[in-house]
Design a protein around this ligand. Structure first.
Ligand SMILES: *[C@@H]1O[C@H](CO)[C@@H](O)[C@H](O)[C@H]1NC(C)=O
Ligand SMILES: *[C@@H]1O[C@H](CO)[C@@H](O)[C@H](O)[C@H]1NC(C)=O
Length: 245
């Protein structure tokens, strides 16, 4: 309540005393207006990822094909995603189907680097995998959570125009969470489950990253120009605009 009151008072002051604000010493980190830049950016990225078919992309991850291909290449595993984990081949051959259902984009996280010049966007994704295997009577349902973290930088091109570009974009190591929702109680499936978890941990983060990072790259190059300009301006000057909560 206090905060909201404070904000209204502050906005009021801002509109009424522009002259006063202009007289303030330079170098102070003034908001560029009553709007919330970090909030606008988060909304714009969220909406653009969704309208860029992020969820459809996740639903259509070629997980089954990749698992099968890894299984079929058993004679030539060097360089394959699974390396030398040949003990998994029988498991891969036994997967009848893998379907992604209920993909979700959870709340985007924005963090600014300590020097203010870089922005880290965390894209938290959730989905459910339905896995069908001959030895398991029911579908195995696995809940998956994964964060993709992307670095965003402001650069000036040769014509002097500034824009936002994608730096490193990767899944944070160890950020894959897998949990069994359903499917136990039918068999002693612990070995199967361990194998499956092993395979998915190897394959899934890279697969998701290879879909989501290019999408984010195109989202950044199609963002609203004012938003890009305001954000890039803060980043270039190392001004804090993402407030830690
Ligand atoms: C994703 O990142 C958020 C913080 O941005 C964290 O709270 C959450 O636990 C992470 N999720 C995973 C699966 O690592
Ligand atoms: C897969 O499960 C089998 C037992 O069914 C086990 O011997 C093997 O080590 C497991 N492989 C991996 C990579 O977890």
């Amino acid at each position: 309540m206090l905060q909201i009151g404070g904000l209204i008072v502050f906005c009021g002051l801002l509109t009424q005393t522009t002259a006063l604000l202009e007289a303030l010493p330079l170098g102070q980190d003034l908001p560029s207006g009553p709007k919330d830049l970090a909030g606008s950016l988060r909304n714009a990225l969220n909406n653009a990822l969704l309208s860029g078919d992020l969820l459809e992309t996740l639903t259509n991850l070629p997980l089954y094909d990749i698992l099968k291909a890894e299984g079929d290449n058993s004679g030539n595993l060097v360089g394959g995603l699974l390396g030398r984990l040949t003990s998994m081949i029988p498991l891969l051959d036994n997967i009848l189907d893998v379907k992604v259902i209920n993909p979700q984009l959870l709340e985007l996280g924005l963090v600014q680097s300590p020097d203010g010049h870089r922005l880290y966007v965390t894209i938290p994704l959730g989905l459910v995998l339905n896995v069908k295997m001959p030895l398991v009577r029911n579908l195995l349902k696995l809940a998956v959570k994964l964060n993709i973290t992307a670095e965003v930088l402001a650069v000036r091109n040769e014509q002097g125009r500034i824009h936002l570009v994608l730096g490193d974009c990767t899944h944070s190591p160890g950020s894959l969470e897998l949990s069994l929702l359903d499917g136990v109680g039918s068999l002693p499936i612990q070995n199967l489950l361990d194998n499956l978890t092993g395979v998915l941990t190897k394959v899934l983060p890279d697969l998701v990253q290879h879909q989501v990072c290019p999408l984010l790259n195109s989202v950044l190059s199609n963002l609203d120009l004012t938003l890009v300009h305001d954000t890039a301006d803060k980043l270039i000057h190392g001004l804090t605009f993402v407030v830690k909560v």
